[in-house]
Design a protein around this ligand. Structure first.
Ligand SMILES: *Cc1c(COP(=O)(O)O)cnc(C)c1O
Length: 377
């Protein structure tokens, strides 16, 4: 195999997921970049200190960068990456963002706005004309598609064009789609952000984030910020995320097929009032006919489906989103977000169907179960 991809025949994403970010094929080299535990390096090279560089981060960044088509920087979490990007907005700048963005992103925007740092203009992404109009005054356009947990899909080409006409950079949170289902940089976006905690790492055992940009200058500014703040991942976390990414394409293929089949069946079930699914991906939201109480019965009546927040792991999980105090009030009370895993779909359906049968016996009057924490991923 050549060391550099042939530009005439670019490698497919499945091949990149397996091969990018590996050490050179030389005798006695390990096939995988090992975990490097180091706070400092012998002087005279490029690395110098553990806050600036680590070979385990670099391997992960090369692989995710190859898949998204840009230069990648790894962070200690998805929200650390969000914070680093929002920090670049000038004093008093305007950020346009979906009203149903991931609620940690919304909270960061609200926090910065409350301290007079910036202005957040939250939009309904299904109203593309309104989003395009909002872009005219924007300094940064922040998109998430599909949105978490409403599963609305943004018209990215139109929004990106409108933002660039206004001179604003466009960030796309690509956590739900992954670079295998959507490549925002190829559509013209300036930066892609990931909670690699989710599908990229894929095994519910690590918290890690990433940014990918196609602009060298912006990459250097973001890297300088990470150097200064130290919000980079641990070497073990980066190694785990890369190990997970190696199988992203096969995990996603199975999870998406399972999700599509479950959607067909959920749409027929009397306990389900609405199914939200963009037609692709492995996240499905359903709204129970019996509201929050029925949703709570559903999430407490399964043995395979785990009642847990977060998403994108090999195991199927689900939760009622409004159990979090800070979830948007425009998200229905009985909305349950399903993260479909890679188990056997018949086993998943049997478990879900018996829980839905129980949920269908619950009316809308019973009390709902809340969470003591304020927000969930
Ligand atoms: C989870 C999530 C985040 C935050 O990432 P963390 O790794 O939990 O910090 C950001 N965006 C989306 C869409 C998410 O689902």
């Amino acid at each position: 195999m050549p060391d550099l991809p042939d530009v005439q025949h670019p490698l497919s994403p499945a091949t990149l997921a397996v091969t990018a970010g590996r050490p050179p094929h030389e005798p006695d080299r390990p096939l995988n970049e090992p975990i490097t535990m180091a706070s400092t390096y012998v002087a005279g090279g490029d690395r110098e200190y553990g806050r600036y560089a680590n070979p385990s981060w670099t391997a992960f960044e090369e692989a995710l960068g190859a898949l998204e088509g840009g230069r990648c920087l790894a962070f200690s979490s998805g929200l650390a990456a969000v914070d680093t990007l929002l920090d670049l907005v000038g004093q008093g700048g305007v950020v346009v963002a979906p009203r149903h963005s991931y609620n940690g992103t919304i909270m960061q925007l609200a926090d910065l706005e409350s301290r007079g740092r910036l202005k957040a203009h939250l939009v309904d992404v299904l109203d593309t004309d309104a989003v395009v109009a909002a872009c005219a005054d924007a300094d940064l356009v922040w998109m998430e598609s599909p949105t978490n947990p409403a599963l609305e899909v943004v018209d990215l080409p139109r929004v990106i064009e409108a933002a660039h006409e206004a001179g604003a950079n466009v960030v796309v949170d690509n956590t739900f789609a992954t670079p295998l289902l959507q490549q925002p940089l190829a559509l013209g976006a300036d930066v892609v952000i990931h909670s690699a905690t989710k599908f990229i790492a894929g095994h519910s055992d690590v918290v890690i984030g990433a940014l990918v940009t196609r602009h060298d200058e912006l990459h250097d500014v973001l890297k300088a910020r990470r150097d200064l703040i130290g919000n980079s991942p641990g070497p073990f976390e980066a190694w785990l995320a890369l190990r997970g990414l190696r199988t992203l394409h096969v995990r996603l293929e199975r999870a998406c097929a399972n999700a599509a089949e479950l959607v067909r069946r959920l749409e027929q079930h009397p306990a389900v009032a609405e199914v939200r699914y963009p037609g692709w991906g492995a996240i499905v939201s359903l709204v129970t006919a019996g509201g929050a109480p029925a949703a709570d019965v559903l999430t407490h009546s399964t043995s395979l489906w785990v009642h847990a927040t977060s998403l994108g792991g090999v195991e199927s999980t689900f939760e009622r989103r409004r159990r979090w105090k800070l979830e948007a009030p425009t998200i229905p009370d009985g909305l349950v977000r399903l993260s479909v895993g890679i188990e056997d779909v018949e086993d998943l359906w049997r478990d879900l169907a018996q829980a839905l049968d129980r949920a269908s016996q619950v009316g809308d009057g019973a009390p709902a179960v809340g969470s003591s924490a304020t927000m969930g991923p």
